[in-house]
Design a protein around this ligand. Structure first.
Ligand code: HEC
Length: 149
């Protein structure tokens, strides 16, 4: 499970919930007023049925797909910071820059993939996409190469 996907799914769920809550706010105000006046906590006498409270955190339904992200999506999310055509990172081959990419392409895709996985010079391992699969990294590399072909 990619955490970033889970987090964005959870964030989307929260936004949906808060929008729904806002829509209901006027209807709920009466109830809220009453619930605010309730005492905090409750006392249970011996023999009372005590409701059980689940400690399980609410986990957003796993609606995120497990399909690999496209090279463009990975590039935009992780690599663009350093590889955008106007990036100021020295040495990083810039998107669309033929002379930056020619010597890199000449190394062959396997070498490029292992450079990204292990890190190279100022590039951190995984190109900072810690949850990327090999396929996703490869797709991102291909996306960058397609910028000069
Ligand atoms: C923090 C900046 C940074 C990020 C983020 C980053 N790179 Fe890099 N990348 C670099 C730098 C700098 C180099 C040049 C390293 C060198 O040759 O010293 C480089 C080089 C490369 C190369 C050429 C490797 C070689 O063997 O010549 C590829 C391919 C590449 N990056 C792909 C990616 C991909 C794919 C991502 C995203 C998943 C990514 N990079 C994210 C900074 C970055």
């Amino acid at each position: 499970m990619a955490w970033s996907k889970l987090i964005s799914t959870a964030a989307a769920a929260l936004i949906t919930l808060s929008l729904a809550a806002a829509a209901n706010a006027t209807h709920l105000s009466q109830d809220r007023e009453e619930s605010r006046l309730e005492p905090i906590g409750q006392v249970y006498m011996e023999g009372d049925e005590v409701p059980t409270v689940s400690n399980n955190p609410v986990v957003a339904a796993d609606t995120a797909s497990d399909e690999p992200r496209s090279g463009e999506a990975v590039f935009t999310a992780a690599c663009k910071t350093c590889h955008a055509s106007d990036s100021a990172i020295p040495n990083a081959p810039k998107f669309g820059n033929q002379s930056d990419w020619e010597p890199r392409i000449a190394k062959g895709e396997d070498v490029l993939l292992s450079s990204v996985k292990n890190g190279l010079g100022a590039m951190p391992p995984m190109g900072m996409c810690m949850d990327c699969s090999d396929d996703e990294l490869e797709a991102a590399i291909e996306h960058m190469i397609s910028g000069v072909q």
